[in-house]
Design a protein around this ligand. Structure first.
Ligand code: SAM
Length: 213
């Protein structure tokens, strides 16, 4: 994702710390308290500009959402959408997914969404893919038993790799679509990348997997 320098981003983020949580590692094990309810917690890793997570939070007020994004200049766009949405069930974290186990305690998360994750096509960069086994371990460490990963991408290579990685890890495949927008799947909320790629005529792949008991 192209990143522009946004000098005002720091101030904007600091001014909306009720959504863009500062020092989020201090909330480890206490996210339900911060949301003020015991509703399930779904996280999106690599939230980007936030169209998906904001749309999901609006559509599902009984679920708590947390969007995690590495880039400050990108998450600020998600924050603007979150502010406009006035959703109380949505937080954003400017963090690296490598630190997930410092952000969440065991069993604190019910579902992980991965949308249009960077494909890192070179073999030497495999470890950076968000569906590489070390990331799957992190998701497992913070999720409930039988926690789910929902994954969308336009990238056939990454999709094939990820299905193999899920299978090798022992995850159970519960849904797969090789052309989401032509399928009967209901309630799809598009991400920014999804809109861009599907407008170019590219197929969207989608899978759901869950950890076994
Ligand atoms: N999900 C959005 C969408 O579909 O429009 C954005 C997709 S973009 C290709 C991938 C995003 O993941 C980028 O914004 C990138 O900064 C973020 N990202 C990549 N690695 C990450 C990591 N380790 N932790 C958090 N975010 C990450």
């Amino acid at each position: 994702m192209r990143q522009r320098n946004k000098p005002w981003a720091n101030d904007y983020i600091a001014g909306h710390s009720h959504i863009a949580i500062q020092n989020p590692k201090e909330q480890r094990g206490k996210w339900s308290k911060l949301f003020g309810n015991e509703n399930p917690i779904h996280i999106e890793v690599g939230t980007g500009k936030g169209q998906f997570v904001t749309g999901m939070a609006k559509a599902n007020p009984d679920i708590n959402y947390i969007g995690i994004e590495l880039s400050q200049s990108v998450i600020v766009a998600a924050l603007q959408k979150a502010v406009e949405s006035e959703c109380e069930n949505l937080f954003l974290l400017n963090e690296n997914a490598e630190d997930l186990t410092d952000l969440f305690a065991e069993g604190e998360v019910d579902r992980v969404y991965l949308n249009f994750s960077d494909p890192w096509p070179k073999t030497r960069h495999e470890k950076r893919r968000l569906t590489y086994k070390t990331f799957l371990k992190r998701y497992q460490d913070i999720m409930v038993e039988e926690g789910e990963i929902h994954f969308k991408t336009d990238n056939q290579g990454l999709f094939e790799y990820s299905l193999k990685s899920f299978s090798e890890y022992g995850l159970l495949l519960t849904f797969v679509s090789l052309d989401l927008h032509s399928s009967e799947f209901e309630g799809n909320i598009m991400t920014e990348y999804e809109e861009k790629f599907s407008n170019k005529g590219q197929r969207i792949y989608r899978s759901e997997v869950k950890f076994r008991k």
